[in-house]
Design a protein around this ligand. Structure first.
Ligand code: K7E
Ligand code: CUA
Ligand code: CA
Length: 609
């Protein structure tokens, strides 16, 4: 049977009218629906990617689901955080590291993932602290910070990068130049260093001296070179002096050549680290001149090119990552800061001044074809970094790009003078970019990196394997270890503390070792003690030890801060602080239960999930 063409046309017109009628403003509504569909993750479904965003001055890492943009958790790194029981107490190894390396605050900029064959392997995430010259490592099996180190001979740890393809080092750029010998009596121009950190031991293996500030880092995909942008080749000490030259540079450090020089004893050792001076070690470093005050440097997924973004120049400089020759310098727009990539030979550069992402074709730009600009999209507003999923690895996924915008202005309801930062999710799967959604975060993500949920999820533990010294159920105890010292071994399980009564004297040093003996996931318990500046959270299997001084005489209820069961509110116990001169004998905690009445049939502790 053949249909009359007119009927088909008429039918489709009717259908279109029907859509317009129900939707009110048809075109806008359907474009919105299409965009919403791409980022909608239904309740109970999982995102496709983990997004790791630096927390900037929050000192942390934000874990965001992509494409939904949902903030899934925050990983505290350079700040103490009671909510996660992180670095809260003096006996905590992380707190000790923080205080020993520069303080309990930081400014995180660049999250980088450990790699195998150029792709993230889900083992570690590193993040820098620009302010205090530190590098931290996060274990991705537990999403927990496990090391924090101070980088010697360097101030302002800014750009970092993993040496591809197999994580030989973490490169850390020193941004704030220093007297070359580290002495304030040296009037010579200040210099800085690029540090090469061993990923396992987190020790600095060697450093390479560079004149001027060193900004952003990336590495070639074959392990040969690290690339760092230098915006102050002038070695100026104020802004005016830093913008004198027409060209600054990209420093390409030949890693095997540097290793050979260090092996031959060429580095002058300072603070335990050999520092190579390129002037005395030809071949270790090549300076590639690029326009005035460059910012980002990004190596293409295929490893062919390193692309430096011009910042004060409307260009990007395309450098052959093997020969180190400049092959093209195309104009892309105003204020280019960073570049990322899809899986089809396109680059995307953030334009801070234009508040745009520009998409351009790498091959066409290299060949000098006039039509290398593919598309532009407005972002809101003043974009810093941008990262396409996998754009910093060898196999970009080519689907989503995250724009990390510095200003959100009118994008959200006003919340006082301090507005949230604004991230935008852009669909890059087609020729034209499409804006899909935006989401706010606390200040201030600088950069992001991604890993497929399918690859990382199987590697993530949801309970801790108890440490060798964990408190076992049945082994809890209170021991007076000295005239003014008491140690308590405590366990937590729904929904009780054992022991639930602890008697001490005013001024006692109380060392509390506490293990959450739960074995099921998502069963966190807290331990908050009023008036003692004490609050921690413990995930299943976790043990924490803290020492505190018992305060004024009184009864202090410690209680669970994480809602854990129907008897969560009942999950509490007493710290009884007796006066120093009390003649009352410290009773065995078993005898101190002080139950007024027991209702038959009601379990006194715990409940089943
Ligand atoms: Cu451009 Cu620290 Cu990566 Cu911020 S840096 S934007
Ligand atoms: Cu344990 Cu609430
Ligand atoms: Ca300059």
């Amino acid at each position: 049977m053949t249909r009359h063409p007119f009927l088909l046309v008429a039918a489709s017109v009717v259908a279109t009218l029907a859509i317009v009628h129900t939707a009110g403003c048809g075109a806008t509504r359907s474009a919105r629906s299409l965009a919403a569909d791409k980022v909608y993750v239904a309740p109970g479904e999982l995102d496709k990617y983990y997004g790791f965003l630096s927390g900037g001055q929050s000192g942390s890492v934000f874990v965001v689901g992509i494409p939904s943009g949902r903030l899934i958790r925050e990983i505290p790194v350079f700040e103490q955080r009671a909510a996660y029981g992180y670095a809260m107490h003096d006996a905590d190894a992380r707190r000790q590291e923080l205080l020993a390396t520069g303080g309990a605050w930081g400014d995180t900029h660049h999250p980088v993932l450990s790699e195998t064959d150029g792709m993230p392997n889900g083992k570690y995430l590193w993040i820098n602290d620009l302010a205090n010259g530190r590098l931290a490592r996060i274990r991705l099996d537990y999403f927990e910070t496990d090391r924090i180190v101070k980088i010697p001979n360097l101030q302002g740890a800014h750009g970092i990068a993993v040496v591809s393809p197999n994580t030989k080092y973490i490169v850390v750029n020193g941004e704030f130049e220093q007297p070359t010998d580290g002495l304030v009596t040296n009037p010579a121009p200040y210099t800085s260093v690029v540090a090469f950190v061993d990923p396992d031991s987190m020790t600095v293996k060697f450093e390479v001296r560079v004149n001027g500030n060193i900004d952003i880092a990336d590495t070639s995909k074959d392990g040969r070179y690290s690339f760092s942008t230098i915006y102050n080749l002038e070695q100026g000490k104020n802004m005016g002096a830093m913008i004198q030259y027409d060209r600054d540079a990209v420093a390409a450090i030949d890693i095997p050549a540097a290793e050979a020089a260090v092996g031959a004893g060429k580095g002058a050792v300072r603070n335990g680290v050999p520092i190579l001076d390129p002037a005395e070690n030809p071949g270790v470093m090549t300076l590639i001149p690029v326009p005035k005050n460059p910012h980002g440097i990004n190596v293409t997924p295929d490893g062919r090119y390193a692309i430096a973004s011009g910042k004060l120049s409307p260009t990007v400089t395309i450098i052959d990552a093997h020969t180190l020759k400049i092959v093209a310098e195309p104009e892309v727009g105003l204020g280019p800061l960073h570049t990322t990539f899809d899986d089809r030979g396109n680059a995307f550069t953030s334009l801070f001044l234009d508040s745009q992402v520009v998409k351009w074709n790498i091959d066409k730009a290299v060949k000098g074809a006039p039509d290398y600009i593919v598309d532009r999209i407005n972002v809101h507003y003043n974009i810093g970094h941008l990262q396409a999923v996998g754009g910093d690895h060898t196999h970009p996924s080519g689907d989503f790009l995250l724009a990390l915008n510095k200003l959100s202005k009118d994008q959200y309801v006003p919340v006082g003078p301090d507005l949230p930062e604004n991230q935008e999710i852009i669909d890059i799967s087609g020729e034209k970019m499409k804006m899909l959604a935006s989401f706010p975060t606390p200040p201030e993500p600088h950069d992001a990196t991604f890993m497929a949920v399918a690859a990382l999820k199987p590697l993530v533990h949801q309970t801790f394997t108890p440490a060798a010294d964990a408190v076992q159920a049945g082994q809890e105890k209170i021991v007076r270890t000295g005239p003014h010292a008491v140690s308590v071994d405590m366990t937590l399980i729904r929904s009780a503390y054992t022991p639930e009564t602890v008697e001490v004297k005013e001024g006692d040093q109380v060392t509390l070792k506490i293990t959450n003996v739960e074995t099921i996931r998502d069963m966190i318990h807290g331990f908050a003690l009023p008036d003692h500046n004490l609050n921690i959270a413990l995930a299943p299997g976790y043990t924490k030890t803290m020492t505190f001084e018992a305060g004024k005489p009184g009864v202090y209820w410690f209680y669970c801060t994480n809602f854990c069961s129907a008897l969560h509110l009942e999950m509490r116990g007493r710290l009884i602080v007796q006066p120093k001169d009390s003649t009352v004998t410290i009773t065995d905690w078993h005898a101190a239960a002080n139950v007024k009445g027991v209702v038959p049939g009601v379990p006194s502790t715990g409940d089943k999930q």
